[in-house]
Every structure is written in C-alpha cells, then in structure tokens.
Design a protein around this ligand. Structure first.
Ligand SMILES: [Zn+2]
Ligand SMILES: [Zn+2]
Ligand SMILES: [Zn+2]
Length: 408
C-alpha cells in the first residue's frame, strides 16, 4: 500500500472513531400533541379573522414555562455557517463529513447524508452558499419530491391557494400536507415587482432548470412558466416567514445567524411584549410560555430579537417596512401608570431577580429558585404588561428555560 493510501485509511478510521454527535436534549411538548398538527400542543388551536389572518390561541389557561410547540424548520439557510453545521439536521459539531460528490455541504454522518432527498437532486448545483436563494430552491425541491408530475403539482398549488381552510384532510402524504400548509402562509406582496425580487427569481430559475430531475418534470414552456410563478410565490412566503437566529459556533466562538423557515411556528403573530419565546435546538424550534396565558388568549412571539433596545417609533417603522403591519401591542401602546411600576420595583421577588442578573451562569438549583420567583411575580402583576418590570422578569425567566433546554 502506498504511503498516501495508508494515510487515507488511517484518517478514515480516525474519523469514524472520533465522530461523535453532540448529545442534544430532545425537547418535548408539555402537553399531548394536537391531533391535526402534531408539532403543537393540544391546548392550542389555529383560528383566523380579518385583523390577524391566521393565528394561534389557547384552549385553556397555561402557566409560564410550558413548551407548546416543537417544530423542525421546513427549510433553512446556513450559508454563514456551512463549515460548522450539518445541512440535514443543523447540528454543529467539529467532525463533519463532506458530500462524496461536491464541496458544497457537510453532514454529521452517513445517515444524514442518505436521508437528505433534496441534496440528492441538488448536489453539484452550488447554490448552498447563496443567501436566501438556498431556502427557495430547497422549498421547490421539496415540492418536486412530493409529486409525480408537474400537472399534479400545478393542480395542488391552485387548489391550496383557492381554499380558505388552513387544514385539509385530502392530502395523499405527510409531505403534501406539509407543503399545503407552507402554501397557506402569509406572503409578502409589496416586493413582488421589485427589480431585486425579479433578479432573485431569475437566478433561482436558472439554477433549478439545470437540475435533471427538475428539467424532466417541467418539460414544456407552459410548465416552465408555472415553475417561475411558483418560485416567486415561494420567495414571497419565505421572505415573510423566515426567522434569523443567532447561534454560537463551535469554532472560535464565532456567532452565526441561521435563517429558519418554519410552518406552524409562522402562525404566531408578532408582539413586542410576547407571551411566547423560542430557542433553536438542532433543526428544531422550541416555543415556551414566558407569561401566564388565559384561555382564549392569542399567543405571540417577537419576530426580530434586536427590536428590544429600540424606541417605539423605530420599532414600529421596522415592523411596518419588513412585515407590512402596524404593531398595536401593549408595548407599542402602553398604559401602565408610574405608581404601578414603582409597586413592582419594590416587590421582594423583583429585587431578588434583579440582583441575580447573570441568569445564564446560574447553576440548575439557582435557576429553579429564580424561575419560581419569576412565576409568582408574573402571575401577580400580569395585568401590567407591557411594563419594563414585566419584560425584565419575563426575560430572566426565558434565559433560565433556554439554559435548561441546553441552548448556548
Ligand atoms: Zn446531521
Ligand atoms: Zn453534494
Ligand atoms: Zn409592538
């Protein structure tokens, strides 16, 4: 055996031995799963009205700290961290293995490599490093994978967009059911004829139409026109619903932003004083309550984390520009009086929580005490949201839960 081959065999053996997937705790719902949407707890319900479109409410009172949704991202963009994350399950670890046929992506192991149907079609097309593009192309490949031919896909899309109901019992497979829910999400409308959107669609069409599986499916001019429309539709849905999540990288503690586009998670509306917070564990988003919720209350998340430190006007401007709505949450239109704020600030539980600022570094026992005090405080003063004090305590509570779930 030549020296080089020997060396390769040694490396391969070493790789196998030292490839250890980081043990990430599997987060589970605090309630049994919802019959129609197993990723969410059965205490939640999807409703819709004129003001909010589709939204999520609770069917009973919920305490704080309960996990109400655990959902895998439908598509994601790891273009800023492709060296450190598996393209299939988003777990980061030090010893990833590259694809056998391209230099574009990495996997945890052969199982993640084998189960990635999208990459089997898209391998070699070098789109994985194109920001945003990647998510649109992946979502199109998911659609292509779920149908036998372009006509079936076309009919399915038209039917899904023409009906009002979010849930439909008529889908043939889990993939089709999921895809239908994706199509039913709110889409950005105002950017559709911008030059940037058109360029985006042209690039994505160019990449997709060179993949043999796609070429075979869209083999006439009419079908290709449909594909272009579909790309635009996917682009506007993803633009409206994807979430940017900061995560620590294993390598040199760089901070990466991973864009995730979930489906049912996207039904949470926005509030600048949310009663739900979330954390990314692997490729899953985990949502938990950070304020007590009453039966019939709507559940809200905060779409952009960085909004916290902005003035009201600035915050509302960003929300209007990015998501095309006027925020009327209790932080944007507050009504708490000075004497109520003072009362909260003098509460012994508040003083304790305020004194333990570094909640991230508390040991599990101290986190338990802090969480109990926060629960008591938030129950007592729940009517004063939004206020600085409620936000402060709710944030402290949320940091403890994130730490409990194993997030950085
Ligand atoms: Zn993986
Ligand atoms: Zn590849
Ligand atoms: Zn607001």
């Amino acid at each position: 055996m030549s020296k080089l081959e020997k060396r390769e065999a040694e490396c391969r053996k070493h790789m196998k031995e030292s490839t250890q997937i980081e043990q990430v705790a599997t987060p589970v719902l605090s309630f049994p799963p919802n019959k129609n949407f197993p990723c969410m707890a059965n205490v939640l319900d999807v409703q819709s009205n004129e003001e909010y479109g589709k939204y999520i409410v609770t069917k009973r009172d919920i305490e704080i700290g309960e996990i109400v949704m655990v959902e895998e991202g439908y598509v994601f963009d790891i273009s800023s961290s492709e060296e450190t994350s598996c393209i299939t399950c988003l777990q980061s670890q030090k010893n990833l293995i590259p694809c056998d046929n391209c230099t574009d992506v990495m996997f945890c192991d052969h199982q993640c490599m084998e189960t990635n149907e999208n990459h089997k079609i898209g391998c070699g097309a070098s789109y994985n490093r194109l920001h945003v593009c990647r998510m649109v192309i992946d979502s199109i490949l998911k659609a292509v994978n779920a149908f036998a031919n372009a006509n079936d896909l076309n009919k399915f899309v038209e039917c899904a967009l023409a009906t009002r109901e979010f849930d439909s019992p008529t889908c043939n497979s889990r993939e089709q059911k999921e895809y239908r829910s994706f199509l039913k999400l709110l889409a950005i409308t105002e950017t559709l004829d911008s030059v940037m959107a058109m360029n985006m669609v042209a690039t994505q069409y160019h990449i997709l139409s060179r993949l043999s599986a796609v070429k075979k499916l869209f083999d006439s001019e009419e079908k290709q026109r449909f594909l272009m429309h579909l790309i635009l539709q996917h682009y506007s849905i993803i633009k409206r619903n994807s979430l940017g999540i900061h995560s620590e990288s294993n390598i040199e503690n760089q901070s990466n932003v991973i864009e995730i586009m979930p489906i049912h998670f996207s039904l949470f509306n926005h509030s600048c004083s949310p009663n739900i917070k979330y954390v990314k564990i692997g490729n899953k988003l985990v949502a938990f309550t950070v304020l007590p919720v009453k039966k019939g209350d709507q559940l809200f998340i905060q779409y952009i984390k960085e909004l916290d430190n902005l003035e009201t006007k600035e915050r509302r401007d960003i929300l209007r520009e990015t998501f095309q709505f006027e925020c009327k949450c209790s932080k944007c239109l507050p009504c708490v009086k000075v004497q109520d704020s003072l009362r909260m600030q003098l509460d012994p539980d508040f003083l304790f929580i305020h004194a333990s600022r570094q909640t991230h570094f508390l040991d599990p026992e101290k986190r338990l005490i802090l969480k109990d005090k926060a629960k008591r405080f938030l129950k007592r003063y729940n009517q004063f949201k939004w206020s600085d004090e409620i936000e402060w305590v709710s944030d402290g509570f949320s940091n403890c839960v994130k730490k409990d779930l194993g997030s950085n």
